[in-house]
Write a new protein. Structure first.
Length: 303
């Protein structure tokens, strides 16, 4: 018997993780990788106001379907366990009738392999609006081996300064649009929290830390003045042999020097021996230039 359950932010992250890691394949034909949802829902930029609208479909205790938004609320994603394709139309009906519309039309976002959902959407009057592509790196067919430029060095994540991390992230993502980073007080005493928990606190994250994040694989690069100038987060998902890159930034004054390529090469050296097969990237042409060979295609459907 199929039942439904609304997502509860404090109790259901493990249920989402189980479904998304169970059905994941490198083509993402059953839905996005598990860190895609968890990174968003535990980040300050994601609007949690409507998280209660995200819904599970359950066969007994086993999650078989999940619909959720990332950012903005009007873009909705789908995870569907193979063998339960008959739920596709019901899932789309739920989105249409329950998610807010605002000024923008609802967008249903599918990976190219989610054929049952795509056909159900077309039958309900949706058509392709646009495609977006993200590059992926295949450890089985390529190698990243870019050296760290002279004058820079890696910083061990367990000894990193949370305020410097926060500044690096701010400058890398927000500086030109929102202005200079504003320093503010954070706890400096040893109160049992890791640097990663502290910088999540600095950034204002709602949940800190993310339950399945692998902060030990964070890569930080500093310059000769010990300022952090490149930051990369890494979600290592061993059950899927997946290295999920999120986020990656270089502060503007240090861009185009090979720092991000060196950070990705660092992951090649530490995750390949662990059995990593795929590392995610983004849509920027940078990834293609450094050797990312494949692509994931996300198709946005609207009425």
């Amino acid at each position: 018997m199929i039942t439904t359950k609304q997502f509860q932010i404090l109790t259901d992250i493990n249920l989402v993780w189980k479904l998304m890691t169970d059905v994941y394949n490198h083509e993402e034909s059953n839905g996005p990788a598990a860190p895609f949802f968890e990174y968003a829902i535990t980040s300050p930029w994601c609007d949690k106001t409507y998280a209660r609208l995200n819904r599970f479909w359950l066969d007994g205790d086993m999650p078989v379907g999940f619909v959720f938004y990332e950012n903005p609320v009007t873009q909705v994603y789908f995870v569907l366990r193979p063998g339960y394709e008959y739920l596709a139309g019901e899932m789309i009906d739920y989105v249409e009738n329950n998610y807010p519309k605002f000024e923008d039309p609802t967008e249903l976002v599918f990976s190219s392999g989610q054929t049952a959902l795509i056909e159900a959407a077309k039958a309900k009057g949706y058509s392709l609006n646009y495609n977006e592509t993200d590059r992926i790196f295949d450890f089985r067919t390529g190698k990243l081996d870019f050296p760290l430029p002279e004058g820079y060095h890696f910083v061990a994540p367990e000894t990193s300064d949370p305020l410097k991390v926060a500044k690096c992230l701010w400058d890398g993502f927000n500086k030109w649009e929102l202005g200079e980073f504003k320093d503010w007080d954070i706890p400096t005493q040893n109160d049992g929290r890791s640097p990663h928990e502290l910088y999540q606190n600095v950034l204002g994250a709602t949940i800190s830390p993310a339950p399945h994040a692998t902060y030990q694989y964070t890569t930080i690069i500093a310059d000769e003045n010990e300022d952090y100038v490149c930051f990369s987060g890494m979600w290592w998902v061993p059950e899927n042999r997946l290295a999920y890159l999120e986020p990656l930034c270089t502060v503007p004054e240090h861009q185009h020097k090979g720092l991000a390529a060196a950070a990705l090469s660092h992951y090649d050296s530490i995750l390949r021996p662990l059995g990593a097969e795929i590392m995610t990237g983004g849509g920027n042409e940078f990834y293609k230039k450094v050797g990312y060979q494949g692509v994931h295609v996300l198709s946005h459907y609207c009425k």
